[in-house]
Design a protein around this ligand. Sequence first.
Ligand code: SAM
Length: 290
Amino acid sequence: MGNRLSSHSKTMEVVRKFGFKFTKSLGQNFLIDDNIIDKIVAGANPGSEDNIIEVGPGIGTLTRELASRAKKVVAIEIDKNLIPILDETLSDLENVSVVNEDIMKADIKQIADKYFDGEPFKLVANLPYYITTPIIMRFLEEDVDVTDIVVMVQKEVAERMNANPGKKDYGALSVAVQYHCDTEIVAKVPRHLFVPQPNVDSIVIALRVRPEKKYKTDNEELFFKIVKAAFGQRRKTLLNSLTSMGILDKVEIGKILKESQVEEKRRGETLSLDEYAILANCMNKKLGEV
Ligand code: SAM
């Protein structure tokens, strides 16, 4: 684990050597703390059989520590100005491939097939703040074999992903993530541990993708439509927010809520994922009958 890059002085030495200019709009805040890097690595727990995709390697600080333990690391970086830097900082590691692409446009399945022979992989990253949620949802919703997602994200986003029903942070993102994963807070990271310093604090969160479905939904699309409607109008009762979906009238929605044993005056933020699943299955059954 020699040649660590994660001190302020080492990072600035590399940045100056290459005349690199930080681009704020790309969320370029580089981590400068060994302890946090170690916590991310521990949360990902890469073994010699593990494949890893890292999004946004920056100058390769986390990449080096992952590669020294994992079987293979593919680092996807959008900024072409970082590529010559990575060529140098990762030059002694044979199990790393750097791909110069935008993660939102990259074909993740093709990358996993090409570099990992289609084997499962873990996503590990200090994500760029401006697209944390779309990146995570891409990996969860596409047909790719990701087993663990261990990522640094803005504190508030991590709190939403980790929130339980009834809590103020509980929302559509909590349901979307917890539908697929068990969540675990790995570390809290204050803003002064990055260069340049961002305006927000961060959290490292681990999302453990369940191999089997925990929530049995007959119609996943309808489940998420209901969740969206229920959280879209937070102040409305479920009776009203589900009626405004425009699929069934108030009387029918009232019957479905009763059948699902959900009090019609409750609001979306109080329902557990189990309750949403029951509700969605009842509505799906009813739609099949009409
Ligand atoms: N991993 C480094 C670290 O921990 O110090 C850098 C993390 S920095 C928060 C985010 C990185 O993501 C930057 O290197 C940035 O250029 C890269 N990035 C931003 N948008 C991206 C995108 N759409 N696709 C791939 N990489 C992106």
